[in-house]
Design a protein around this ligand. Structure first.
Ligand code: C2O
Ligand code: CU
Length: 424
């Protein structure tokens, strides 16, 4: 399993209403519109900016190749494990794929052993910015390189820039490059910047040099975005799409801590200045729009209290994260039925912040610390819950199967901060 060492066995295959996970697949017939083979290796490799890293690659690089699909297209990805000793999988972070395509070792499939392969097939349904990563011993495999980016678009891809943030061996990178990098864009052009946090900690990101709009979060559009200069708090695993116009006077800078990107005409000077000290709050950002569900009439409500207590895991004493007082695997699953409107109250008194990630679903944020949302419906698959905070979220249970719900500070997940959402 993901929290264990080697490849998991499938002798405890999960069942749902008489159906096994194996029935909850993507389209099994049809010629794929996008077909990619990703070969995973353990190796020493060189970052695009020249530094050498000991870790894992997909097709020889980390991040792995960018996968692009259009809404409606059938995507087929074949994972080949050439030399990742603990086995590997591919999880489509933020894409609400059918359960059997979700890529969670020990839950939806066995980890792919060295010499093996696994084929994932799903229809690209929701435009947005996503990423993929191994979900086997993920606290090590993701950190050391087994991930890449995937973009599903509905329109053209003109002036689109991707910035995947990752730290290898203490070196912060954007798309595998340390330091400052240049992206050429004409003055006056409008562009979309897709920022992806593949690290374990929240990061403040934003554009310096012009106001920008937050147009999408976690692959869901924001309604009525307005220009801001404040920084955006990007949770581990989360994505944000920013839109701005390159000023006639020069370039812009994406500030992502010690790595940055200059966007503008070649040779133009990078704007100085620091990222704003203010923070965008999506609870009140944008303009209201219909939620598509009624949070006053829910079929199930759950409490999800995150805490911490001493304990033993595999005989090793430590402090373990808990959910409602239990640590994984002793946490009862959250059980739902297909079609349920589900409300969940997540509170955190564990002393640290946790980016909570629910697989297979997107949830709308209803409130934080009792204060209701007043802006655009804010849909998430990954929500940062800081120490002392309480969030209420709601979602429709519309994707049958067994789904992980865990902290995306991945060492926390392996220290017990994970559970499942399961359909009866
Ligand atoms: Cu991005 Cu369960 O993971
Ligand atoms: Cu955590």
């Amino acid at each position: 399993a993901d929290y264990g060492g080697g490849p998991a066995s499938s002798d405890h295959a999960m069942h749902h209403g008489g159906k096994s996970v194996a029935d909850l697949t993507g389209p099994t017939t049809g010629t794929p519109d996008v077909a990619v083979t990703l070969t995973a290796r353990e190796q020493k490799f060189t970052l695009a900016s020249g530094e050498s890293v000991d870790g894992y690659t997909l097709n020889g690089s980390s991040p792995g190749p960018l996968i692009r699909a259009r809404v409606g297209e059938l995507v087929q990805v074949t994972l080949v494990n050439e030399s990742v000793p603990a086995g590997a999988t591919l999880h489509w972070h933020g894409i609400d794929v059918p359960n059997a395509e979700d890529g969670v070792a020990g839950v939806t499939q066995d980890a792919v052993r060295v010499g093996g392969k696994h084929v994932y097939r799903f229809k690209a349904e929701q435009a947005g910015t996503y990423w993929y990563h191994s979900h086997q011993v993920s606290s090590e495999e993701v950190r050391d390189g087994l991930f890449g980016t995937i973009v599903i678009s509905s329109g053209g891809t003109a002036n689109e820039v991707i910035a995947a943030i990752h730290t290898y061996d203490g070196k912060r990178t954007l798309n595998g490059r340390t330091g400052e990098q240049q992206v050429e864009l004409p003055a006056g052009s409008r562009f979309r910047l897709r920022v992806i946090n593949t690290d374990n900690a929240i990061l403040r990101v934003g554009l310096v040099g012009t106001p920008y709009e937050v147009v999408a979060v976690d692959g869901r559009d924001i309604h009525g975005p307005t220009p801001v200069t404040a920084a955006f708090p990007l949770a581990a695993g989360a994505r944000v799409d920013l839109e701005a116009t390159v000023p006639a006077s020069g370039a812009l800078r994406l500030d992502a801590g010690s790595a940055s990107m200059i966007l503008g005409p070649g040779g133009s000077e990078a704007p100085g200045g620091a990222l704003s000290g203010e923070t965008v709050d999506l609870l009140s950002y944008g303009t209201p729009a219909a939620l598509g569900l009624d949070p006053a009439h829910v079929d199930r409500s759950f409490e999800y209290r995150i805490g911490r207590r001493p304990g033993f895991l595999d005989g090793v004493p430590g402090l373990w994260w808990t959910i409602n007082g239990h640590k994984f695997p002793d946490v009862p699953m959250f059980m739902v039925a297909e079609g349920d409107v589900v409300r969940m109250k997540i509170s955190n008194s564990s002393g640290q912040s946790h980016p909570m990630h629910l697989h297979g679903h997107h949830a709308v944020v209803l409130s934080r610390n009792g204060v209701g949302a007043t802006g655009s419906p804010w849909w998430v698959d990954t929500l940062e819950v800081a120490d002392g905070e309480t969030y209420e979220i709601a979602f429709v249970a519309d994707n049958p199967g067994i789904w992980m719900d865990h902290c995306h500070n991945l060492p926390h997940a392996s220290e017990g901060l994970m559970t499942h959402l399961a359909y009866e």
